[in-house]
Design a protein. Structure first.
Ligand code: SF4
Length: 439
């Protein structure tokens, strides 16, 4: 029995895809093992957004060859689609597969027989037209379910459309079937995943369904306690969806909404499809209907043309906004994007200073959000990992909670009252009030 190990870089989508490819291997009789367990085959799923993607990829290949010198190494993922030739030159790589090929890896790689020349099977991204269903089963608690892939937006800084192709989706019927399959495995929470999930509904180039209808249908699936919408563009997060989530028992009050900049000048240069006023309106709609909702924000600092004044517009905008945390990205030049041709380059030192300012602001926001919720009762889904005798889990509104380890609580939903914030920044619960929730 051949042993195969996987390594995933990047986002939830990559994790869902690695997991699905892993199941394909198991179905064909391969044994899935950890990276350290002398595998015969290594599959490395790469990301193009990761800083120094090339260096990281090289490092992982080197590590793999150290563990199993005679192993077969295949590289897949966004970086493999963008730079197949470059990757094929990394010592130790046997095959590189693009977006249209990665799900046919077992069939295409011919028994994983090593040949002199590195195999490069990466068609043009325009060939990646079909939707490949995927979901992760990494732990028992939570699953990332891919519902959509690719993007038609073309923001000036982004290489994702070049790495993943045009927007395309699963059908509602097929997503429901996957959700029911997942429910049968005792997983309690599904995180809906995609590149631009609000754009859900395009099948073979035609819009046939809507994201809102997917949300309504999933809400009826028995056996899943929670659905989380991972990240949704502000212009696609409609009142209809927000109002539904506010009434739903299964869709949790947690929204992650990319903003990227709080300056309209920068938003226009980025080619985003909204202005800050719309973003403000989305946040206010959510908070009016769900005062305890968690709102996460993606923001990019140092985009070309972002002067000190324009950065301050972003800083002040976010400072005033009722949001819960930020994911801060420092702009870096990417080949074949419009941004790379733009003037107004921001020096690296400034980019880093701005990033630091926003990271501090994020910590302030998170703490304030946690403090506002102390004394309230929420439901926590406890996870398996133990750290210094403590276990952790998230509330429906994404507050990370710590409690004394109890194996009986793993993968259980518990009602807890939030008590204090501990030095690690997690919220401790009032132990005596922990009660089992029947479901
Ligand atoms: S919406 Fe913009 S940033 Fe997001 S994937 Fe599409 S092009 Fe990239």
């Amino acid at each position: 029995m051949k042993k195969v190990a996987f390594y995933t870089l990047g986002c939830k989508l990559n994790f869902s895809e690695t997991s699905t490819i892993g199941r394909q291997f198991e179905e064909k009789g391969f044994l899935k093992v950890d990276f350290q367990e002398n595998p015969d085959i290594f599959i490395i799923n790469t990301c193009s957004v990761t800083e120094n993607a090339d260096k990281k990829c090289k490092k992982i290949v080197k590590e793999a060859k150290k563990i199993s010198p005679d192993s077969y190494v295949a590289i897949i993922g966004c970086y493999a689609q963008l730079k197949p030739r470059e990757i094929s030159e990394i010592e130790g790589v046997d095959a590189v597969l693009g977006a249209a090929e990665k799900f046919r890896l077992i069939e295409l790689l011919d028994g994983f027989a090593k040949v002199q020349e590195t195999k490069v099977l990466a068609s043009e991204i325009t060939e990646a037209k079909s939707f490949n269903n995927a979901y992760s089963i990494n732990d028992r608690t939570r699953t990332f379910l891919k519902v959509q892939d690719g993007c038609n937006y073309g923001c000036a800084f982004c290489t994702i459309p070049l790495a993943r192709g045009k927007s395309r989706s699963n059908t509602i019927e097929s997503v429901l079937a996957s959700a029911r399959e997942i429910a049968a495995t005792d997983v309690k929470e599904i995180v809906l995943t995609g590149v631009n999930i609000g754009d859900f509904g395009i099948v073979e180039g035609k819009r046939v369904e809507r994201f809102a209808d997917l949300v309504f249908a999933l809400d009826e699936v028995e056996g899943i306690d929670r659905f989380r919408i991972s990240s949704i563009e502000p212009n696609l997060l409609t009142n209809e969806i927000i109002e539904f989530v506010s009434r739903s028992k299964r869709f949790v009050p947690h929204f992650h909404i990319p903003l990227q900049s709080g300056s309209n000048t920068v938003l226009r240069r980025m080619g985003r499809r909204y202005l800050r006023e719309l973003y403000e309106d989305r946040v206010s709609k959510i908070k009016t209907l769900m005062p305890n909702a968690c709102i996460g924000v993606d923001v990019i600092v140092g985009f070309p043309g972002e002067t000190d004044e324009l950065f301050l517009e972003t800083y002040n905008f976010l400072n005033e906004l009722d949001i819960s945390y930020l994911h801060v990205f420092t702009y870096s030049e990417r080949a074949n994007t419009r941004a790379v041709e733009m003037d107004g380059i921001v020096p690296l030192k400034k980019r880093n200073e701005r990033s630091k300012m926003l990271r501090i602001l994020s910590e302030k926001k998170r703490r304030k959000f946690y403090e506002e919720n102390l004394g309230n009762t929420f439901t926590v889904l406890f996870e398996e990992d133990v750290e210094d005798g403590k276990m952790h889990g998230f509330t429906e509104n994404y507050i990370r909670v710590a409690a004394k380890y109890d194996p009986m609580l793993v993968n259980e939903l518990k009602q807890v009252t939030l008590d204090t914030i501990n030095p690690s920044g997690n919220v401790e619960v009032r132990e005596p009030e922990m009660v089992y929730e029947r479901h």
